[in-house]
Ligand binder design. Structure first.
Ligand code: FAD
Length: 358
């Protein structure tokens, strides 16, 4: 019988990706509801030393597939190794980060194994009571329909935005195993690291050979520009159409600099070529949870809110006092951002200087 929650533990150049640790945390919550184990699947070349870290974040077992053909990610060997793992160990659930690697690999694995895959999930449940509590809180489904759900149902309920983010859809895969999902980075909570936790580490021979690759990587050239990770920022100063153009982000950069934060953007800024794609917040950008999110000239479309509404404190600066961003903001400043943002920067600088004098 299919059992246990498997997480594809993605590593790049030996560094385990944050999203995989978030998924191990989520897998632990699901596994507790099911009475099953969390198993991490680590693939690469000379990566076995990373397995204990996965146990410290909550994996009870780590299956390590270590082979030179897995040194750099290429589709065929990784998919072949995951297919071997699934056929050998028969997991109940397999979770992947919705990174470029997870998005490339998971659908192909689903095709080979002949099972379903739900992409870009924002919520996962097995326990019906927890799922009902979520529906009562977040949906307009009539109470009697929610109450009538079968409490013995142990299928994975995979919830994701659909129809341009206007509805949330919950998808199940009752006929096939494993149930598979990708989850975007930053969506699930990062678990606490327990440096004393240990788990079982199993080296797996997935029958790989150098002949398995159909693409040869001749050279890996790193981009000269350091990519920013806005998901790590504690403070984000975010700009939207209201900034008016690429130069409109400059005052936001100055404000972010005095606050020790980063600049991010709505999709409009990115689509208009005003700012880099890796700074986009929202459904098709990144999900962020900063302590402070300052939304400058962003109306608060549902697809944008999906990426930032769980920020600790939200300040909206907008000429429209009725825009949706104002409705979710902890503090709203109504006015022209071109006037307010530089004033805010000056006021913070002056306050800092005064504090130092005092
Ligand atoms: C499938 C799909 C996925 C999407 N994914 C994303 C996503 O990931 N992220 C995202 O952001 N969007 C996404 N969108 C787009 C989204 O629907 C909105 O179009 C977008 O978020 C609007 O960006 P905005 O708030 O910057 O612009 P607008 O909605 O045009 O709002 C501009 C705001 O600026 C204010 N303003 C104008 N001038 C000033 C000024 N001088 N001072 C102060 N305020 C001013 C206006 O009052 C207005 O509220 C997606 C859409 C679809 C269909």
């Amino acid at each position: 019988m299919s059992k246990d929650i498997f997480v594809f533990a993605e590593q790049r150049s030996g560094a385990v990706q944050k999203v995989s640790l978030e998924l191990i945390g989520e897998a632990a919550r699901l596994a507790a509801d099911l009475g099953e184990q969390v198993v991490a699947v680590l693939m690469g070349y000379q990566v076995a030393d990373k397995a204990p870290l996965l146990c410290q974040y909550g994996a009870e077992k780590v299956l390590v597939v270590d082979h030179p053909v897995l040194e750099h990610y290429t589709t065929e060997p990784y998919v072949k190794a995951m297919e071997y793992i699934i056929r050998t160990y028969d997991p109940n659930v397999v979770l992947y980060g919705a990174s470029s690697i997870g998005r490339d690999m998971a659908p192909r694995v689903a095709g080979r194994i002949h099972t379903g895959l739900t992409a870009d999930c924002t919520r996962l449940d097995v326990d019906v009571e927890k799922y009902q509590a979520y529906l009562r809180r977040a949906s307009q489904i009539p109470a009697e329909r929610i109450d009538s759900l079968d409490k013995t149902d142990r299928n994975l309920k995979m919830t994701r935005p659909a129809f341009g983010g206007n509805v949330m859809a919950t998808i199940i895969c009752p006929e096939y195993r494993p149930q598979m999902a990708t989850v975007r980075p930053g969506v699930m909570e990062m678990p606490e690291r327990n440096p004393d936790a240990v788990g079982e580490i199993v080296m797996v021979d997935a029958g790989l050979s150098m002949e398995d690759r159909n693409v040869e990587i001749l050279e890996v050239v790193r981009s000269g520009k350091k990519a920013v990770d806005i998901t790590d920022a504690k403070i984000l100063v975010s700009g939207g159409r209201g900034v008016g153009g690429p130069e409109g982000y400059e005052p936001l950069r100055e404000l972010a600099a005095v606050l020790g934060g980063e600049v991010s953007s709505s999709r409009i800024g990115v689509d208009s070529g005003w700012i880099e794609k890796d700074r986009q917040v929202g459904q098709t950008g990144k999900t962020v949870h900063p302590d402070l999110y300052i939304a400058c000239g962003i109306s608060g479309a549902i697809q944008h809110l999906a990426g930032m509404e769980s920020s600790e404190c939200i300040i909206a600066i907008n000429t429209d006092e009725n825009c949706p961003m104002m409705k979710i903001a902890d503090l709203g400043i109504v006015g022209d951002l071109k006037v307010i943002v530089p004033k805010l920067t000056e006021a913070i600088k002056a306050y800092r200087a005064e504090q130092r004098i005092g």
